[in-house]
Design a protein. Structure first.
Length: 316
């Protein structure tokens, strides 16, 4: 492999496609002896004959046909990669990304910043909101991709979803809340008697919360506050006596800083998949392909949420 040369492969492909050393030389801007020499070098390196040379022209041998299929595919991939590299700094695309509030505030800014060093002329339009609203925009062509929770089968009909990570719904309070003090072990019934901030109706996490409460033998109360806005949730949890029901990632930083305590309420129904939703068949330029690749790679490994030690929580 180390003795192969790009020039030899190009000459081989042109001769094979045109069936003539003379025709290949004209296309490549070389002399016929130069093309013949490159083919002889390639044959010597591989120790096989690639062409049957006759008055009818250059006909591929069995070895030549095997090499041609692989070399043609490799050249196509190489050409595509070289073209994408050349286009990176000059592509002008408007990329429209719908994302959950916690993704917008925690992980997406750094991904977009790194993307724009590669595609500085492209514009990334980030729209935050409820998953149902974002999926509706996606169907109408107003978004290129939605970073969100997996919706039910009816809402996902005709869409493509790629799972990236799982996200937990948690019950959390500020560090000064009575339920956050040592020895406090509130059950779900006690939590529901407190003023509570919950996700807004129609969101997937609100639906999952209500299903969890129903399975646990409770009816969803009239919540005192409803919001999925990251700033509002974090300020409320630290400045009031509310119990906040939200996704774990939204309060992960505040928890790490000691401002928020996540209560030991756990159930598989409170965890759901998050990923990329797209509309199959939508146009996809080089900048969008790059951004999608970065989203897949970064979000699938990013510490978007703090891991709760389930065994220790159950012991408490």
């Amino acid at each position: 492999m180390s003795r192969l040369r790009f020039r030899q492969v190009r000459c081989f492909l042109e001769v094979a496609q045109r069936g003539s050393f003379m025709a290949a030389a004209e296309v490549l801007g070389l002399t016929q002896p130069a093309v013949s020499r490159s083919i002889r070098e390639l044959e010597a390196t591989l120790d096989v004959s690639l062409f049957d040379r006759s008055q009818r022209g250059a006909i591929l041998t069995a070895h030549g046909r095997k090499l041609f299929d692989a070399a043609e595919a490799a050249m196509a991939l190489l050409t595509e990669g070289l073209q994408a590299t050349q286009d990176m700094g000059y592509s002008r695309e408007l990329l429209r990304v719908g994302a959950l509030p916690n993704v917008c505030g925690l992980t997406l800014p750094k991904i977009v910043e790194d993307f724009q060093t590669l595609y500085p002329r492209s514009t990334v339009r980030v729209i935050s909101g409820a998953n149902s609203d974002l999926l509706a925009r996606l169907r109408q062509g107003g978004l290129d991709v939605v970073i969100g929770r997996l919706a039910d089968s009816n809402a996902m009909h005709g869409l493509s979803f790629q799972h990236l990570y799982d996200e937990s719904i948690v019950f959390a309070v500020g560090a000064d809340h009575p339920f956050a003090q040592g020895g406090a072990t509130p059950d779900l019934g006690a939590l529901l008697r407190e003023p509570m901030l919950a996700p807004i109706p129609g969101t997937i996490i609100r639906q999952e919360l209500e299903r969890f409460l129903f399975r646990s033998g409770f009816v969803a109360p009239d919540f005192a506050l409803e919001s999925i806005d990251a700033g509002f949730v974090n300020k409320t949890i630290r400045a009031s006596a509310h119990v906040v029901v939200t996704v774990e990632a939204l309060v992960a930083d505040a928890r790490a800083a000691g401002h928020v305590v996540i209560l030991p309420i756990h159930d598989p129904a409170l965890k759901g998949p998050v990923g990329l939703t797209t509309l199959p068949g939508s146009p996809e330029g080089p900048a969008l392909r790059m951004l999608m690749g970065m989203l897949r790679e970064r979000l699938s490994r990013a510490p978007l949420h703090t891991n709760i030690d389930m065994e220790e929580a159950n012991k408490e």
